[in-house]
Design a protein around this ligand. Structure first.
Ligand SMILES: Nc1ncnc2c1ncn2[C@@H]1O[C@H](COP(=O)(O)OP(=O)(O)OP(=O)(O)O)[C@@H](O)[C@H]1O
Length: 294
């Protein structure tokens, strides 16, 4: 099956500063991919490359099979874009803006828009500029869903939303995408919302792609290990043992490998493994385990 997004060897610099080198990834139809990363790792840069606002230093991306540098109007109309939850034309009310947008999209479907608007505590005459941040973001989502795009690109959709609106957004999006087999590429810093939403997790680190895996593989396999230290030792990270932190009474590290392999790795360094235990992680804990706290 052809990928909906396919990026090959994307390298980008701002001036002399390398943002990333040779980034490769693809997203299949019907998947929700979450791009996670610390501040400034280049998430918005990728979004801007994908939607054609920014030309990468080198490499190429294809959206719905077309080169991003020369997307046809038809392909552009199949991509719904939400940038930090903004709605343009905020002097309109929700009736006026729906009418305005509907003229630009030949496959306009107003049901999902009104379905979502009916959940908001706003009147039909209220200008969007007077709505709360969360309400404005639902209007933006509703307008995108009504475009009936094949691909939704959502940058930092959770910005400024309270937990209730975040949940509304996530639940509505998940249900809609599952029912319609749409593809979604999104970024967010609220990783606890991502856990039940994204099928695939992609984590950016400074300069490179750290990981791209099915979310369930991370949740099933990536664990935090603890070892009580009666005897002091210094443990360095390697392929099996990641992100080691020494505390006063114990040592913590993370691993994708099962207990027996982790034990072997420790024993090969003459470390006693009798006190070794592990715990399962939320996606947010896994993110910290993979990228570090600072
Ligand atoms: N037009 C630009 N000119 C120079 N540097 C830029 C430009 N745009 C972004 N940067 C820098 O590139 C890096 C990546 O920025 P980007 O906005 O893509 O990161 P991000 O991962 O989306 O960050 P955040 O999570 O804070 O939104 C940052 O250090 C930023 O300062």
């Amino acid at each position: 099956m052809a990928a909906i997004i396919e990026c090959n060897n994307i390298t980008h610099y701002y001036g002399n500063r390398l943002i990333y080198k040779d980034l490769n990834f693809s997203v299949e139809r019907g998947k929700i991919l979450g791009l996670l990363g610390k501040n400034g790792t280049g998430k918005t840069t990728i979004i801007n490359i994908l939607n054609g606002y920014l030309k990468p230093y080198s490499g190429e991306c294809r959206l719905l099979g077309e080169d991003m540098r020369s997307l046809s109007i038809e392909t552009k109309s199949k991509v719904g874009l939400l940038l930090e939850g903004h709605v343009q034309h905020s002097y309109f009310n929700i009736v006026q803006i729906e009418k305005f947008y509907s003229r630009f999209f030949k496959d306009w479907k107003s049901e999902p828009y009104w379905d979502l608007m009916d959940k908001l505590k706003v009147t039909r005459k209220q200008k969007i500029s007077t709505m709360s941040c969360g309400q404005r973001s639902q209007v933006a989502l509703g307008l995108i869903l009504a475009q009936d795009p094949e691909l939704l690109i959502l940058d930092d959709f959770s910005m400024g939303l309270d937990p209730g609106y975040r949940r509304l957004f996530v639940d509505y999006l998940k249900e809609y995408v599952t029912a319609t087999n749409k593809t979604v590429f999104l970024t967010s810093h609220i990783i606890q919302d991502m856990e039940h939403l994204i099928d695939e997790t992609m984590i950016l680190d400074y300069g490179k792609l750290l990981l791209h895996k099915p979310t369930h593989e991370i949740l099933d396999n990536f664990k935090r290990y603890k070892l009580s230290d009666d005897v002091r030792f210094k443990l360095d990270s390697d392929d099996v043992i990641q992100n080691v932190e020494h505390f006063k009474t114990h040592t913590e590290f993370y691993s994708f490998d099962p207990m027996d392999k982790v034990k072997q790795a420790l024993q090969s360094r003459s470390i006693d493994t009798q006190t070794l235990v592990y715990e399962s992680l939320t996606l947010e804990d896994a993110f910290i385990g993979l990228t570090g706290k600072y």
